[in-house]
Design a protein. Structure first.
Length: 551
């Protein structure tokens, strides 16, 4: 199969920065000494279900990782299975209840800003900003990342984070990074005032040239043929049979294509080369957020030809990326996981034998529910009585009403929401706060325990809603995405966690683990003591680092 990703982007960028070290053979195995470079990769929306479906088809980078330590049932164990909360767990070791990242967006109804929605990776205090026109910031992340801990222990450690989304780069990089870059829709950018490395200029120039050209259909592997079938979703719109054709200059289609991940990986490879990461006196770390799978999942669903072709190309792009790392001669360790899973569109789910798969009823929104309750209780409110997204997740009550009115609204809202046939459960903030922190295997947690792992009182809603399995909170797929994630259910919570290092003994552990286990495991691998604050996760013994990997 010809890989669009490797030919158009990775080869051009990686060959553009040859190093003398690339001519040397890979470093010999060193399984009982700390690696010189940690490479953490998050594949956005790469569910455990997708991993299981395609793992026997991989021949590139994923195939290499399958020879390492394989945890097919890793859990983003919380209920807020979105990009920002998920990425906040990977390199901090904390669940969202402690990272403070309870969603991609939350409502702060007391903020003086007219726009009451707050984006997880913004500084909302910047004058004139909104949740869609914002200044990127790490201020909402409440805990340190592994990179920050490494720098505290040894300032010589270099920490880099690159991603297709700002929230992925920020949540994995943390508050103290040497380089942090994300795609802003047109180019890779960073915080204001930072000098632009030459590799970023090269990557942006190559991406601009790539975008200026139309893209024909990407080659389709034979194993994708069973997925190649158009599924109508209404309004004459179909998905399922695409191959990433793209007119020149179409930024959205570029972002939802294999070429996007290839561009991100090329920038990461260039950073490793130019900065000589892993060639200093201590261990360095680079975090990579590969975002295209998420955009593909939203635009086309998880079970069509588009996702199949995307993963086949990502596999080859990862293989090219690891090849560059091999040629540097650096002893590196990789961990690959995901920020959350994903769920296919209900139209195709029903064809696959899931009659319960539905789209949320168009009128089931916090604003509509609040309007009905306000009329019933004869309340006069200036704006909405209830705030939130599509009747699922967090819902906030207008803080300007009286305490007595608030109690009546909460009671009425819970009764109305719970009576909806598409709702599995609805919890008040008091119910969630009174629930002990969950423990034990994450697949056994109750719905309220899953909500508890996402609950941070200063930001979380007054009500948290769990829709029933296979209810998609997108009422009209002709106007937006066709599929999404964000539910309490395991298709959104369960992700693979794969560790690989040259010389490590491969094994597979079918029992469940959590993404919060990644940080303490990597800390054990490099012999880094974990001081306060102590993470929620635990160290997994990989036999890939110092003799006593897990203290």
């Amino acid at each position: 199969m010809k890989s669009l990703a490797s030919i158009t982007t990775l080869a051009a960028l990686m060959i553009a920065t040859p190093l003398q070290a690339q001519e040397s053979p890979p470093a010999p195995p060193a399984p009982h000494t700390p690696p010189k470079l940690i490479v953490t990769i998050s594949v956005d929306q790469f569910s455990a279900d997708l991993f299981a479906e395609y793992r026997n088809r991989f021949t590139g980078g994923f195939a290499r990782l399958l020879n390492g330590a394989v945890f097919p049932s890793g859990y983003q164990s919380h209920a807020a299975t979105e990009t920002c909360p998920g990425h906040s767990t990977i390199l901090t070791g904390f669940r969202p209840e402690h990272t403070g990242i309870i969603a991609n967006n939350w409502a702060d109804l007391k903020t003086p800003r007219k726009d009451k929605q707050v984006y997880c990776a913004e500084d909302e205090s910047v004058p004139g900003s909104t949740s869609s026109d914002y200044t990127v910031s790490d201020k909402h992340l409440l805990v340190p990342t592994l990179g920050e801990r490494m720098k505290a222990a040894n300032p010589a450690a270099r920490i880099v984070s690159v991603a297709g989304k700002d929230r992925a780069a920020v949540m994995m990089g943390g508050h103290k990074v040497d380089e942090l870059w994300w795609w802003n829709g047109k180019a890779f950018v960073s915080y204001a005032g930072r000098a632009t490395p030459a590799v970023v200029d090269r990557t942006n120039a190559t991406a601009t040239a790539l975008l200026a050209q139309a893209q024909g259909p990407v080659d389709e592997p034979d194993f994708c043929l069973p997925h190649d079938r158009a599924i109508p979703v209404g309004g004459g719109k179909t998905v399922g049979a695409g191959r990433f054709e793209r007119p020149a200059g179409d930024l959205n289609k570029f972002r939802a294509s294999p070429a996007f991940d290839a561009t991100i990986l090329a920038l990461a490879a260039g950073m490793i080369q130019d900065m000589k990461l892993g060639q200093g006196s201590t261990t360095d770390l680079i975090a990579v957020g590969a975002s295209a799978t998420d955009y593909v999942g939203h635009a086309y669903g998880t079970e069509g030809n588009e996702m199949c072709v995307q993963l086949a190309n990502l596999d080859q792009s990862l293989g090219s990326f690891f090849g560059v790392l091999d040629r540097t001669g650096v002893d590196y360790e990789v961990v690959l996981t995901a920020d959350h899973g994903g769920h296919d569109l209900p139209e195709r789910n029903r064809e696959h034998g899931a009659p319960e798969a539905e789209r949320i009823a168009p009128g089931f929104t916090p604003a509509a529910i609040g309007k009905t309750i306000a009329a019933r209780l004869k309340l006069k409110v200036t704006g909405s009585l209830l705030y939130g997204d599509a009747g699922s997740g967090d819902i906030w009550i207008d803080p300007t009403i009286t305490k007595v009115q608030r109690a009546a609204v909460l009671k009425a809202a819970l009764a109305t929401i719970r009576a909806n046939p598409q709702v599995a459960a609805a919890f008040s903030a008091a119910q969630i706060a009174a629930t002990p922190d969950p423990s034990g295997p994450p697949e056994t947690w109750t719905l309220i325990q899953r909500a508890r792992a996402s609950y941070y009182a200063p930001r979380s809603g007054d009500i948290v809603v769990a829709l029933k399995p296979r209810i998609t909170p997108i009422a009209d797929p002709t106007k937006s995405s066709v599929a999404t994630h964000g539910s309490f259910w395991d298709y959104d919570r369960r992700v693979p966690i794969l560790f690989w290092r040259k010389g490590m003994i491969g094994f597979e552990q079918p029992l469940s683990v959590e993404t919060v286990d990644i940080m303490p495991t990597l800390a054990g691998t490099i012999g880094l003591p974990i001081t306060a604050p102590k993470p929620d996760g635990r160290c997994l013994d990989l036999d890939a680092g110092p003799a006593s990997t897990c203290p």
